[in-house]
Write a protein that binds this ligand. Structure first.
Ligand SMILES: NC(=O)c1ccc[n+]([C@@H]2O[C@H](COP(=O)([O-])OP(=O)(O)OC[C@H]3O[C@@H](n4cnc5c(N)ncnc54)[C@H](O)[C@@H]3O)[C@@H](O)[C@H]2O)c1
Ligand SMILES: [Zn+2]
Ligand SMILES: [Zn+2]
Length: 361
């Protein structure tokens, strides 16, 4: 029997999200239905609502989730009913050119559920990042379920499903931050603070947090920032250079997704340093840089998709670190809310009042 549940749907550009009845099919071959226990509100959900990602409305929002496997389809061996899982948007295929070359974290053909969730009138929904988890039960490809220790609270575990993993991985995996490095992180929301935490975990000696909001800078210190810069009040490029012996940081993580902050990141790194773009730009944004500076400053300009993570490798390890009190993932949860609080959570995110609002079921 298909499931009939309430879900958070974005119907069109500029429209507030609404709670709608969603039909979730029984799992087919290779699929799993998951009883969602918690789902964080990520800035990417807001990007979807605003049409910044694509025009495939209506979207079923929510993608930072953890829950318990409710049912699996034929042939599923990865997980079984009762497993506590984090949902991921990188169920690797094992067969694309990236996977075949041993770089599955770039997989170009990741799996999603084949069946669509629909509105009651049959309209197919586009699930955010191939998940869609602001609803009681969701259907995903079985490989999108990563089993982790059930001792972790769902509202904490779910955050690894997107933003926190993206930030941690942007620093550790993409940026290759290591012992003794200087790091600057521009934009200290959930993603940027996770990059700060990841840099701290990796042994960075100096971690400079940059934001336009003093509240965010205070929180950034709790995740390991050693210095803070309010870029409304001070030129962040100069400030970062001043804090790094006049040179710039070894690694600069851009966690806003705007041309001006990218340019700051570009000039705030040391010669031969690395820029990591983890913030997601919108289609109309452009960047104009002197090509001579691109050449002359050397180093690496990288983008980080999902922190170059491999869910099967990284999620259980990070949850173990959390359970050993070595990774304070719980500090990202600013508040827990109900399903009808997502629109208000977007507003709070906009006003800078939260790192993560998490819907609990
Ligand atoms: N690459 C990925 O895989 C991935 C995954 C998840 C999220 N993201 C993206 O990361 C970005 C951040 O997400 P989030 O959830 O942390 O968002 P958020 O809204 O919680 O945080 C953004 C932060 O940037 C700050 N900011 C805004 N303008 C700024 C400026 N000009 N200079 C400095 N700081 C500024 C804000 O004050 C806020 O603290 C978004 O673009 C999101 O879509 C990327
Ligand atoms: Zn692949
Ligand atoms: Zn996200």
């Amino acid at each position: 029997m298909p499931y009939e549940v309430q879900g958070v749907v974005a119907r069109g550009k500029g429209q507030e999200v609404s709670l709608e009845t969603v039909i979730v099919p029984d799992p087919g071959p290779g699929e799993a239905v998951v009883d969602v226990q918690a789902c964080g509100v990520c800035h990417t959900d807001l990007h979807y609502r605003e049409g910044g990602i694509s025009d495939d409305y209506p979207f079923l929002l929510g993608h930072e989730a953890a829950g318990v496997v409710e049912a699996v389809g034929p042939g599923v061996t990865e997980v079984e009913p009762g497993d506590f899982v984090i949902l991921n948007w990188r169920a690797v295929c094992g067969q694309c050119r990236a996977c075949l070359r041993g770089r599955p974290w770039y997989c170009f053909a990741t799996h999603n559920a084949k069946q669509k969730m629909t509105l009651k009138d049959g309209t197919e929904l586009s699930p955010a990042l191939g998940i869609g988890a602001f609803l009681d039960k969701t259907i995903v490809a079985a490989g999108q379920c990563t089993k982790v220790s059930a001792e972790a609270p769902a509202q904490v575990a779910g955050l690894l499903g997107c933003g926190v993993m993206a930030g941690l991985g942007a620093a550790i995996n993409t940026g290759g931050v290591t012992r003794g490095d200087s790091v600057a992180v521009i934009g200290c929301g959930g993603v940027g603070d996770a990059a700060i935490l990841g840099s701290s975990l990796a042994g960075a000696a100096r971690i400079i947090a940059v934001d336009v909001d003093d509240r965010k800078l205070e929180w950034a210190k709790e995740f390991g920032a050693t210095h803070t810069v309010n870029s409304r009040e001070n030129d962040p490029v100069e400030a970062i250079r001043d804090l790094t012996g006049g040179n710039g940081a070894d690694v600069v993580v851009e966690a806003v997704g705007r041309p001006e902050t990218y340019e700051q990141a570009f000039y705030a790194r040391d010669l031969a340093g690395t820029v990591v773009l983890v913030g997601v730009p919108t289609p109309e944004m452009r960047i104009d840089l002197p090509l001579l500076d691109v050449f002359g400053r050397g180093g690496a300009l990288k983008s980080s998709w999902y922190g170059d993570c491999l869910p099967s490798r990284d999620f259980p390890m990070l949850i173990d670190l959390f359970l050993q009190n070595r990774l304070p993932l719980d500090k990202f949860v600013s508040e827990t809310i109900a399903l009808d609080g997502v629109e208000e959570a977007f507003a709070k995110m906009h006003r800078g009042e939260v790192l993560r609002s998490v819907v609990v079921f």
